[in-house]
Design a protein around this ligand. Structure first.
Ligand SMILES: *Cc1c(COP(=O)(O)O)cnc(C)c1O
Length: 347
């Protein structure tokens, strides 16, 4: 059988040989004591890249989100989130159980909040209501669609939040993808946002790690909150070395993943599947099977038997994610297998 083509997520990417080499040779120390030079280098590099004062290296995107909310909010605060966001749906209830905040989820089609609605939901404390202290954005938006939310909308939200003295946070797990899709830099795209986080372990190919960037006072306190969660680590420079390489060498190539996604999306449309090409902004393709009338679990099983893995995300919907370990020769191969699969299921 041919090689397995895994399009479930960009989290399946494995470190490059060069990444493994720099990890092996990284100078390290005890990071809880502030003595790991490689971690310090990565954090400084990240802060500079995002135009913020300081950075903090954490284990995962989930930890980045939790640490940020724990640092910026008091228990009992209300925070505003997108109804389809990762922080609200996929973190095991951490906002409630770990941070003790009350999330208010707002419908935000394609990552756009309705500004009037947003304004209405910003409560100041009174005898009955929880104060709103944080607005969480996500970019790219929605892990099953990867839509890039442009800077104008983000700035509007930041202005609105600033007037109400509410902090803003961008969960930018895939913010490098968003910036590339919009033809801008992450610094420009996150300007005005108080805190931003990004994942190193998705499209950038690192084995472990996320970064949180913000002002110095925030990061100093976030470091304590990371410790509270058991996220203080020792010779983490082994992992940070991969992060440095990723920031230096793995960012620009994300454009190739977007190209592969566009080609694949067009191929799927030709085969009769429901894909909106205008919604393929980055490396994620959201596919609707209802035009061909199959359910996604059955379709995913059939395709897996042919060596292509996809992720069902609804009864008739699945996603495909292109990444550095998707070769360009894989795209026609995937199309061929989807075609075979459609013919088989029709019988
Ligand atoms: C993947 C992801 C996370 C969580 O990252 P982990 O490293 O898997 O914990 C958070 N937010 C978004 C938008 C993501 O895509």
């Amino acid at each position: 059988m041919d090689r397995i083509i895994d399009l479930r997520s960009d989290t399946v990417t494995v470190p490059t040989q060069k990444m493994r080499d720099v990890m092996r040779d990284a100078p390290v120390g005890d990071d809880v004591l502030g003595e790991d030079p490689t971690v310090e280098r990565l954090e400084a590099m990240a802060a500079e890249r995002f135009g913020k004062e300081k950075g903090l290296f954490v284990t995962s995107g989930t930890m980045a989100n939790q640490v940020t909310v724990m640092t910026l909010c008091q228990r009992g605060d209300q925070i505003i989130v997108h109804n389809n966001s990762h922080i609200y749906n996929l973190e095991v209830g951490g906002l409630a159980s770990t941070c003790g905040v009350q999330p208010r989820a707002i419908h935000a089609p394609s990552g756009y909040f309705n500004l009037e609605e947003l304004n209405r939901e910003i409560h100041s404390p009174d005898i009955q209501r929880a104060p709103t202290t944080l607005i969480c954005l996500e970019n790219s938006f929605d892990l099953n669609r990867g839509l890039a939310v442009p800077r104008d909308h983000i700035l509007q939200i930041c202005t609105l939040a600033g007037k109400a003295s509410v902090n803003t946070y961008m969960d930018g797990a895939r913010v490098f993808n968003a910036a590339i899709a919009l033809g801008t830099t992450v610094e420009q795209l996150t300007k005005g946002v108080d805190v931003v986080a990004t994942c190193l372990s998705k499209g950038l190919g690192c084995p472990v790690g996320s970064l949180v960037m913000g002002d110095a006072a925030f990061i100093d306190e976030a470091r304590r909150m990371r410790q509270r969660l058991g996220g203080g680590w020792r010779q983490a420079g082994i992992l940070a070395a991969a992060g440095i390489l990723a920031l230096e060498e793995m960012v620009d190539r994300l454009a190739e993943d977007h190209d592969k996604a566009r080609v694949l999306a067009h191929g799927l449309i030709e085969l009769g599947l429901g894909v909106d090409p205008a919604q393929v902004h980055t490396n994620i393709i959201y596919v609707d099977l209802s035009p061909v009338g199959f359910d996604s679990a059955r379709f995913a099983d059939a395709l897996a038997q042919l060596g292509v893995k996809i992720k069902p995300v609804g009864p008739m919907e699945f996603r495909m994610v292109t990444h550095k370990d998707t070769h360009s020769e894989d795209i026609p191969m995937v199309m061929e297998k989807v075609k075979i699969c459609l013919e088989r299921l029709e019988q």
